[in-house]
Ligand binder design. Structure first.
Ligand code: ZN
Length: 155
């Protein structure tokens, strides 16, 4: 696994343990080149999903991007990270169980909003307000940057 800090491809696994009620394996990794530490998750992938944007463009579904937008909406909210992981896994399972490989970006946005509404109203409002302004969240990266709460930039 390539180190996200320095690009070295020989990172080492320091610790592996089940996560999310045994749905995932969480691995702590260490990069001997730069000393960086990072975490990876291994999960069953039932099918390869493709996101179809409103302009018709297709893109492989990327759980990391989905996660990023959700974590951004939940920033500084008192929600247990384990619960957030479970919610994200739940969203992915719902997408997988739609029975289609092609999924409209709009459907993903709606499922995310529904799930957020159930765990945190503030995060839901953050996500929904950006989502609605942003047509159909066509570009997740841009979407995420707009989700960044303004006037609250310390990280
Ligand atoms: Zn490194």
């Amino acid at each position: 696994m390539r180190c996200p800090f320095c690009g070295n491809i020989d990172s080492q696994v320091k610790d592996s343990r089940p996560a999310e009620d045994h749905v995932a394996i969480r691995r702590r990794r260490f990069c001997p080149a730069c000393g960086g530490r990072f975490t990876t998750y291994e999960r069953v992938q039932l099918r390869d999903l493709v996101v179809v944007k409103t302009n018709g463009k297709r893109e492989d579904f990327d759980r990391t991007k989905l996660e990023r937008s959700i974590r951004m909406a939940l920033q500084k909210r008192p929600i247990d990270p384990e619960r957030v992981d479970q919610m994200i896994s739940g969203i992915v399972r719902r997408l997988e169980s739609l029975g289609e490989t092609d999924i409209g970006s709009k459907i993903i946005g709606e499922i995310v909003m529904e799930s957020l509404a159930r765990i945190d109203t503030v995060a839901y409002v953050r996500f929904a307000s950006v989502y609605k302004n942003f047509q159909a969240a066509d570009d997740f990266d841009k979407f995420v940057s707009e989700l960044r709460p303004t006037g609250n930039t310390e990280e």
